[in-house]
Design a protein around this ligand. Structure first.
Ligand SMILES: Cc1cc2nc3c(=O)[nH]c(=O)nc-3n(C[C@H](O)[C@H](O)[C@H](O)COP(=O)(O)O)c2cc1C
Length: 191
């Protein structure tokens, strides 16, 4: 079963979530896509693309779009079978909800159930600098089994375009989620 949940929240870096969904669907993964309320707004502000138009531009047999307040949706249940979940970008607010277990929308709930089922949950966190609350919440989610993957590209690949910086983070996030490479960046040491 090649199905994953993707959450896009209102942190900066909507392009990370957009690219993750594009790469997953290009590789025939089914994506259950959830934008938070702020995620919709920041996505539109940063990419210039309406979130619903983006979702409908993708293969309809691969992408299911759920509203963040739809707590009856399949990703809300641990018995709903998925490989795992990635939240990209993940805001400090969403991190706090997941860390406390106080789920208030479908993104928090899906992360909560994937953690309890022992499935990969990857948080592409974007906030800087960190305060102590962020740092404590990061420890809590790592202790609960999540991968905290800062939206922090490396420069040893000598990137020339923003796309390459984005792809660095996307490749890392997808490897943490699915345990495989997607060929978006050259591995260190590769010719
Ligand atoms: C343009 C813009 C950029 C933002 N960037 C960040 C960010 O990088 N990190 C963050 O934690 N919050 C950021 N925020 C604030 C979040 O959108 C806000 O805290 C929101 O309530 C998060 O809700 P959500 O986690 O449900 O999406 C940003 C807001 C706006 C309007």
């Amino acid at each position: 079963m090649d199905r994953v949940v993707v959450g896009i929240t209102g942190a900066s870096g909507a392009v990370y979530g957009k690219r993750i969904v594009e790469v997953l669907t290009a590789n025939a993964f089914k994506v259950e896509l959830i934008f938070s309320k702020a995620g919709k707004e920041v996505f539109e502000f940063e990419t210039g693309v309406n979130y619903a138009d983006f979702a409908s531009s993708l293969p309809s047999d691969l992408v299911e779009l759920y509203e963040p307040d739809d707590l009856f949706a399949p990703p809300s249940s641990g018995s709903h079978s998925v490989r795992g979940m990635v939240i990209a970008p993940c805001s400090a607010g969403t991190l706090g909800h997941i860390a406390s277990g106080a789920t208030a929308n479908l993104i928090h709930r899906a992360a909560d159930v994937n953690l309890k089922e022992g499935r990969p949950v990857v948080l592409v966190f974007r906030e800087s600098p960190l305060n102590r609350i962020h740092a404590e919440n990061i420890l809590r989610v790592i202790d609960a089994g999540a991968t905290l993957l800062p939206a922090s590209p490396a420069f040893y690949t000598k990137p020339r375009e923003v796309r390459e910086l984005v792809d660095f983070v996307v490749e890392r996030a997808l490897r943490a989620l699915l345990g495989r490479e997607f060929g978006l960046i050259k591995s260190w040491g590769a010719p």
